[in-house]
Design a binder for this molecule. Structure first.
Ligand SMILES: [Zn+2]
Ligand SMILES: [Zn+2]
Length: 361
């Protein structure tokens, strides 16, 4: 049952994309909830192929939230950067979930999305080194990978984006900026900072997708996403860790309020059923979702907003550190036919590798 339920949550996350698009485009929601996303365009049912096989893996910010965060971060940028980023805003949104898609196919991708702070005896600077090199010297790469790498991954991707700006490589700028937005957003999710990432240690299974997919899907239309302008990040290393610790500070309420509310409402009122694409899916009831969301007092909104601001801050910082290259010259950049083909082939290869993994067992 857990798997069934859990697949439902992931599925809701995917459905959330369409909901988001409809919010942005002003089109009715349910017209958009049809199987025509890019995974289906590849002729493969995402839900069946990936979610079922990998339901034991860690879930992710809903696709919708990732896309929104990358999209909205563009509007924090200064005028020198805005035209280029705005022109490619759809690319940045569409590719906001690439790291999640790669997770199943690319070796080493999975641990880049989280960090189990509670796996370490304590998390002070001396015990948990903030730079990757020192951390590997202390724990070794395998241990670090086991407990997640997100704050270090943000630092690495920040470096890569700065290099891409330096080389004025439009395609690489866009690809790496989209990735960086993803990792930063992940670092802001409380349940990405703990071993108990899906409430599996406290009998709260499903809470991950509930918090990061279901709640934004239901309530983010009313969120205030005005964050102000991007500002320069003096220490990307410190900023990445601050994001992770801030998210972790919210973890206690994430779990505690859900537990209390479950006690108060009981399992039967906690869940309901919804029809999605002809499937009856068990979901957190709207009453339970509403009450939980109220108790969190704007927490999901705060974390989404913090993500947007930090993504903008990092993109801006990379550009400054690269010597503020003139992006006007790049504004007309368009993927060539060959590049579009390469992008598509790459995405297909992630799915293909997933299937070759599947056929082996
Ligand atoms: Zn997640
Ligand atoms: Zn992720």
């Amino acid at each position: 049952m857990f798997h069934q339920m859990y697949n439902g949550f992931i599925w809701l996350g995917i459905v959330g994309i369409f909901f988001a698009e409809s919010l942005l485009s002003g089109k009715p929601v349910y017209e958009e909830i049809t199987p025509k996303n890019e995974v289906y365009r590849d002729g493969i049912s995402w839900k069946k192929s990936i979610c079922h096989r990998h339901s034991k893996l860690r879930p992710e910010w809903g696709f919708y939230a990732h896309q929104q965060i990358n999209r909205l971060a563009v509007f924090t940028l200064p005028t020198e950067m805005m035209p280029f980023f705005k022109k490619h805003i759809n690319f940045l949104a569409d590719n906001a979930v690439n790291p999640d898609k790669r997770r199943y196919a690319v070796v080493g991708e999975a641990p880049r999305h989280f960090i189990d702070l509670d796996a370490y005896p304590d998390t002070s600077v001396t015990t948990l080194p903030r730079f990757y090199k020192e951390a590997t010297e202390r724990y070794g790469e395998d241990t670090l990978a086991l407990h997640g790498l997100v704050p270090w991954q943000i630092q690495l991707t920040k470096y890569q984006l700065t290099e891409a700006f330096r080389q004025r490589d439009a395609r690489r700028i866009l690809r790496v900026a989209a990735d960086l937005g993803h990792y930063i957003a992940d670092a802001n999710v409380p349940l990405h900072t703990t071993r108990n990432y899906n409430g599996q240690l406290t009998n709260q299974q499903g809470i991950h997708g509930f918090w990061e997919s279901r709640l934004p899907e239901l309530f983010s239309a009313e969120y205030d996403f005005l964050t102000g302008q991007a500002s320069y990040v003096n220490s990307p290393q410190k900023a990445a860790w601050r994001a992770v610790f801030n998210a972790n500070a919210a973890l206690d309420s994430v779990l505690r309020f859900e537990e209390k509310l479950t006690e108060e409402m009981g399992e039967t009122r906690k869940f309901g059923f919804e029809e999605r694409n002809g499937l009856t899916t068990k979901v957190y009831s709207s009453d339970f979702s509403q009450k939980y969301h109220e108790r969190l007092r704007g927490q999901v909104e705060r974390q989404m907003r913090a993500s947007i601001k930090l993504v903008g801050d990092f993109w801006y910082t990379c550009w400054v550190d690269a010597g503020q290259p003139d992006l006007k010259a790049l504004a007309d950049y368009q993927l060539t036919e060959q590049e579009t083909k390469e992008e598509n082939d790459e995405k297909k290869s992630w799915l293909k590798r997933l299937f070759s993994v599947r056929s082996e067992d």
